[in-house]
Design a protein around this ligand. Structure first.
Ligand code: UD1
Length: 373
């Protein structure tokens, strides 16, 4: 049997922790499969990219398409134009994409138009909010995928209701949790990450809240952003807040003239932190406040209470079984949920089925069966 190539795509920060265990597992079968790693360059800053490759042991990409930032259309179209010649050169038996970012749909669309099968890892999640750019990316990628690997059973119902044949859907668990479990012992203690911030020197284990926020719906409208930041400032009077600030959010805070608002609270703003720093910060937090999808899952795995600053989630299992509560952006609701966690410790939760560190093994075993015959 001749050796087959699978092109694996990453583009943005949350893709890196998903691809790491898949590449590692594929490399165990190097006599049969050769992974070819494409980085689209959607995220390019050292803090948004290089530190993740180093900490997670992801090999240097075989090619970096260097697309950078732009409008959604510019970004998606540029990725497509630069990805097509890669497929012409490499001639893979399949293209594997993860998650729901612009790089995911762009590369899937190129592959399917060239009649190359698409493998989608983390398929079937639905927020039912079509204003979220990621929701469009999810729905479209799933429609054109050949093999769909899902993290929770609700995804199967979503896919079937959209006409996808159940024979192409595989419940394998969560690769993001593979990475979390593999790296837990290496997590950098929160105090180490905070040591250069004088304001944070008195902060103890489980006596701070960790905030992340970058969704366009929360940060692009100055009124919404101001209201959220004011809520956080109020919360910080009882619970110091650690806030690694995403570049998009930093730009919006500056443009909206909201630096004074944030400086008024007991909030320690950090630049974007690496994976191992974030893991340490999440593990030791009293609670996490976030609009990220990945953090909803990671906090469920760690048992840390999570308050989701969105009206919906595409990851319902984190609410049904995990530590997540969907609160939205209403200041009263956010405050009530924080107070509840401070008083009761919050939901205890349990770890969902197959979030056991072996999702990548299951995925690669299936890929071998389907694509290496
Ligand atoms: C993207 C994903 C989102 C994911 C997030 C994680 C889409 C539609 N969105 O959103 O699903 O949760 O990544 O971070 O794909 N910027 C930098 N340096 C970088 C990258 C971005 O400064 O390395 C700034 C630029 O000003 C850029 C802005 O951040 O315009 C937004 O970046 P972009 O890649 O468009 O989307 P994210 O908001 O990061």
């Amino acid at each position: 049997m001749s050796k087959k190539v699978i092109v694996c795509v990453v583009g943005a920060r949350p893709n890196f922790m998903k691809i790491a265990p898949i590449i590692k597992e594929l490399k165990k079968f190097q006599d049969q499969i050769s992974p070819y790693l494409v980085h689209t360059g959607q995220h390019y800053d050292q803090a948004m990219k290089a530190s993740f490759f180093q900490q997670l042991g992801i090999p240097e990409p075989d090619i970096d398409l260097e697309v950078g930032s732009g409008s959604h259309c510019q970004q998606t179209a540029t990725i497509m134009l630069r990805f097509e010649p890669v497929l012409d050169k490499v001639k893979p038996c399949a293209v594997l994409v993860v998650g729901d970012v612009n790089s995911t749909i762009a590369c899937s669309l190129v592959a399917v138009k060239k009649q190359i099968p698409v493998i989608h890892v983390e398929a079937g999640l639905r927020s039912r909010d079509r204003e979220m750019p990621e929701e469009i990316n999810r729905v479209l990628t799933d429609q054109i995928s050949d093999s769909l690997f899902i993290t929770e059973r609700s995804a199967q119902e979503n896919l079937i209701s959209e006409g996808i044949d159940s024979s192409r859907i595989y419940f394998v668990g969560n690769v993001m949790i593979d990475t979390l479990l593999a790296n837990l012992k290496l997590a950098i203690p929160f105090a180490e990450t905070l040591k250069e911030y004088e304001k944070a020197h008195n902060i103890q284990e489980e006596s701070y809240g960790l905030l992340t926020m970058h969704r366009p719906s929360n940060v692009d409208d100055p009124q919404v952003l101001k209201s959220l930041l004011k809520s956080i400032v109020t919360i910080s009077e009882k619970l110091p807040i650690i806030f690694p600030v995403h570049p998009r959010t930093r730009n919006r805070i500056e443009q909206a003239g909201l630096l004074d608002v944030i400086n008024a609270g007991n909030i320690i703003c950090l630049p974007p932190v690496g994976y191992l720093q974030m893991l340490g910060l999440m593990k030791s937090a009293k609670m996490v406040l976030t609009d990220s999808g990945g953090l909803q899952e990671e906090t469920t795995s760690l048992g840390t209470p999570c308050i989701t600053l969105r009206e919906n989630t595409e990851r319902p299992i984190t609410v049904e079984q995990g530590t997540n509560t969907i609160v939205g952006t209403d200041p009263e609701k956010i405050k009530a949920c924080v107070d509840d966690i401070l008083a009761t410790g919050g939901k205890s939760g349990r770890v969902p089925e197959f979030w056991d560190g072996k999702a990548a093994d299951r995925i690669v075993a299936k890929i071998k069966k389907i694509y290496l015959q």
